[in-house]
Design a protein around this ligand. Structure first.
Ligand code: ZN
Length: 459
């Protein structure tokens, strides 16, 4: 495509974004914090109105519990291709804005400064939803929709999508589509436009052990066991000092890396010195000295992380106490082939076999992993259409699997379609953090990409 095409596409995207900016800002003003159950009905009504204004039909599904799931439908125009259906997944809920004192603007009062739009939920993921609606408006003004378009918006993504599976299973026919664009995506810190083709899953555990009913004078440690030591030993038995997870059965079902996977990982940018600086790391990478590269590990390998540990007294000075209990939080990022339930069972079996029957294990969050082949024609279409918009300015790269987690496995399981994640974020969007933001330029470009993608998808 020519430079002229890019410019025109981005210009009409920008024009439409300006026209619909007030609607976007009103959407950002809605405090749709799912974990606090704030303004959910108001937000659902507002999203419904937005879709209808864009020329779509809406059904609000709320018969299976939890916050409503919104279905939107835009029929291909007579000149378009009604045989092809693209599904957009978004969520209308946001994270809580706290800590409030760290915001430089009001979290629910959208504020633009130097081309950057600040608001809670703007990057994750209200801007992506608005970009898709704006793209539909551009197409509508240009003569109609080139393919069928469906939306699935849920209101519980930020609390782990506990009810989404039931809705997708029951309404699989309604949401049936040929391919899906995932809720979010962003440029990386090298300004590459990232197309993600998968997500890791997660199994999150509470581990607890009690050795007494009250805290005890620590002199009794001569004869009474210590729950902190017990839990440390239990945890230590699961991962060795080479950082290998040694729980039997944990890795069952994982396919070995193919040459294609290795190649895909090798093309991902990774600058060790920058990462060290970004986090102020004090040690080397745990992949150093192994035959796994950092980008392979980030995309393709599961993890086991002690997220927190508490027991006894950790305040200033001295308290000689033998605590009565110890607790740990453990998260495992999973890859395709693993399931949270099987991982839980393998950890339970391991603890029992190692003599830690008294360590209680509770899985408090679970999501499977999902990955679309980077060679899937849909991923290729998303990449090629992005290249026509971003040109040489932002190289388009495919990330085989994001290090993060979302409910994409449910879409694969019930809808059987390829999934690609793209969006209007950038490296400093600060999703979940104070001063969440997007750059308006990225927003316009993403609209242009969605316009082009729908055109090519319907052709
Ligand atoms: Zn989020």
């Amino acid at each position: 495509m020519t430079r002229t095409y890019q410019t025109t596409a981005i210009e009409s995207a920008q024009e439409m974004a300006h026209k619909r900016m007030e609607e976007f800002e009103d959407y950002l003003r809605l405090e749709s914090v799912s974990t606090a159950n704030r303004q959910i009905p108001e937000t659902v009504a507002y999203v419904k109105a937005l879709i209808e204004k864009t020329g779509g039909e809406v059904q609000v599904l709320d018969d299976l519990g939890g916050n409503p799931v919104i279905y939107g439908f835009f029929a291909a125009s007579p000149q378009g291709n009604s045989e092809r259906t693209l599904l957009f997944y978004n969520h209308y809920d946001v994270q809580p804005p706290e800590p409030l004192e760290e915001w430089l603007t009001e979290p629910f009062e959208p504020t633009v400064s130097d081309g950057v739009l600040y608001a809670r939920g703007v990057s994750d993921n209200k801007a992506n939803f608005m970009a898709r609606l704006n793209a539909l408006s551009v197409l509508r003004e240009a003569g109609g929709f080139p393919c069928n378009v469906k939306f699935l918006l849920e209101g519980e993504e930020e609390i782990g999508s506990p009810n989404l599976g039931r809705y997708i299973e029951k309404y699989a026919d309604l949401f049936k589509a040929d391919a899906c664009i995932w809720e979010a995506g962003s440029k990386d810190k090298y300004e590459n436009y990232v197309v993600s083709a998968g997500m890791k899953g997660i199994a999150y555990f509470d581990l607890e052990v009690d050795t007494a009913s009250i805290d005890i004078h620590s002199s009794m440690a001569a004869i009474v066991d210590n729950p902190a030591w017990r839990l440390i030993h239990a945890l230590e038995s699961m991962k060795n000092s080479n950082n290998e997870i040694v729980v039997e059965g944990f890795h069952d079902g994982i396919q070995p890396l193919s040459e294609k996977d290795k190649l895909a990982a090798a093309t991902l940018p990774f600058e060790p010195d920058q990462v060290v600086e970004q986090y102020g790391l004090t040690g080397k990478f745990i992949t150093d000295g192994t035959d796994v590269t950092p980008t392979e590990a980030l995309a393709f390998y599961p993890t086991m992380t002690v997220c927190g540990f508490s027991s006894g007294y950790t305040g200033p000075g001295i308290k000689t106490v033998l605590p009565r209990s110890a607790k740990a939080k453990l998260d495992c990022r999973l890859v395709p082939g693993q399931s949270p339930e099987k991982v839980r069972d393998s950890v339970r079996r391991h603890l029992d076999e190692k003599g830690f029957e008294d360590v209680r294990l509770t899985m408090i969050a679970a999501e499977g992993a999902q990955r679309t082949s980077v060679e899937d024609p849909f991923i290729q279409t998303v990449v090629q259409t992005a290249q026509t918009v971003y040109g040489d300015k932002n190289p388009v790269i495919v990330s085989p699997s994001m290090a993060g987690t979302g409910p994409s496995e449910l879409f694969e399981k019930y809808l059987h379609l390829p999934i690609a994640g793209v969006g209007a974020g950038w490296a400093h969007s600060g999703a979940h953090a104070p001063n969440e933001n997007i750059r308006l330029e990225d927003f316009y470009e993403n609209i242009a990409h969605m316009v082009t993608l729908m055109e090519v998808f319907g052709s």
